[in-house]
Design a protein around this ligand. Structure first.
Ligand code: PMM
Length: 396
């Protein structure tokens, strides 16, 4: 006799064992995915729903832990349901569960579907970016502090040259930003922001570089950038800053990055208050993505981003990176902006200009947890880290 404990953090080990023993590709894959653990926290439920869940768990072999008052409008109780995905799956079917539990089916169904069929590509204006391989987004910041040593024309030329370098290093999208969103930064008037980003976007497109994304919270700037040829709008405010942006994006065919933050760069540091950061960021991002869809932005055009460093302490950023799967579970492609951020310095003791190695490692960890898009300054180093991460987690 021989007993081996298999790697269970992905379906791959189980799939390989079954395939080696003659299973067809599809059934081997489905069985392996079914064995993957699924853990769901269900909140605001009633006393009778809690009891029904405990009873269901006993019968179906799932672990169910419950607590809370069971009082209040939504119920106030909670349950943690855990087990292999195939054991939990019947809970997402009206016809397979007692009537008291049918309220959970639609939401659980969405989560299970997202896990079974994660998005494989991202339609942006004029292109479709495959997510089977990491998408590295190269940062081109055209804020004055980035180009303090040059006049305006030199700045534009330097920014375009920089874009050419990032592309040569493997960037699949170039993100042009004209307003600093660092903690405490003051807003830039729209005309000034347009004057900074539009010549660079137009110049990149003219050189055949891109696709190009514009990093802005403002509808006016987004409109000017789209007119200049941008294919993506990256909104760090997640549609909170400018009420006109959602309607503009609904009319355009651009890709959209919806980032999580609370407040504005001026106020966000005081809003880093979470009981449990990943589920709270996930809930707030889900609300943002629904708002986008209600405004008429096609669901498949939205990418979500948990907003590392925005209204989060260093400890919260570490928790969020570790629990990134909670964000990925929402079913949208996930982008991460980890590059050179303060919390990387907190872990490594390195100054901002010496954080590219930490950035590359953090991106590899994020890939392993399901992120697919990576916004970075040093594209070459991150590409190397992600090439390794991709080769390890995507066996061919
Ligand atoms: N971070 C910054 C700016 N834009 N956009 C997205 N989508 N995600 C981010 O994390 C993000 C962003 C701030 O970083 P920088 O000042 O180094 O560009």
């Amino acid at each position: 006799m021989k007993i081996t404990a298999l790697a269970a953090h992905t379906p791959e080990a189980v799939r390989a064992v079954l395939a080696a023993r003659g299973w067809e590709t599809q059934p081997a894959w489905f069985a392996a995915v079914g064995i993957q653990p699924f853990v769901a926290l269900i909140e605001d439920i009633s006393e009778s729903e809690r009891e029904a869940l405990v009873h269901w768990g006993t019968k179906s072999g799932a672990d169910v832990l419950t607590g809370g008052s069971g009082l209040g409008p939504g119920g106030g109780g909670w349950a943690l349901v855990a087990g292999s995905t195939s054991r939990i799956a019947p809970l997402a079917r009206y016809d397979r569960v007692p009537a008291e539990l049918s309220r959970f089916a639609p939401e659980l169904g969405k989560l299970l579907a997202a896990r079974a069929e994660p998005p494989r590509s991202w339609p942006i204006r004029g292109a479709e970016l495959s997510l089977e391989k990491p998408v590295i987004i190269g940062i081109i910041n055209v804020t004055p502090d980035s180009f303090s040593d040059g006049g305006h024309l030199t700045s534009v030329a330097a920014a375009i040259e920089h874009g050419a370098r990032l592309t040569a290093h493997g960037a699949r999208l170039l993100d042009v930003g004209g307003e600093s969103t660092r903690p405490g930064a003051t807003p830039v008037p729209p005309d000034e922001e347009i004057a900074r980003v539009v010549p660079v976007i137009a110049g990149l497109i003219k050189r055949g570089l891109g696709p190009v994304s514009v990093d802005t919270r403002k509808a006016g700037v987004a409109r000017a950038a789209l007119d200049a040829g941008a294919a993506v709008v990256n909104d760090v405010s997640g549609l909170q800053y400018d009420p006109g942006l959602a309607a503009l994006l609904a009319r355009a065919d651009a890709g959209v990055i919806l980032m999580h933050m609370r407040g504005t760069p001026a106020t966000m540091d005081d809003l880093a208050t979470y009981a449990h950061v990943a589920p709270e960021v996930a809930a707030e991002l889900a609300a943002t993505a629904e708002k986008a869809e209600r405004a008429g932005i096609a669901r498949e055009r939205s990418v979500i981003d948990p907003g590392f460093g925005f209204a989060k302490t260093a400890t919260q950023n570490f928790r969020l990176l570790d629990e990134l799967a909670t964000i990925v579970a929402l079913g949208y492609p996930v982008a991460v902006g980890l590059s050179r951020k303060r919390f990387l310095g907190a872990a490594t003791g390195r100054a901002v200009e010496d954080r590219d190695r930490a950035t590359a490692v953090a991106c590899a960890l994020a890939w392993e947890r399901g992120a697919r898009l990576f916004r970075v300054h040093d594209v070459a180093m991150t590409r190397e880290a992600l090439a390794l991460a991709g080769a390890t987690t995507n066996p061919t």
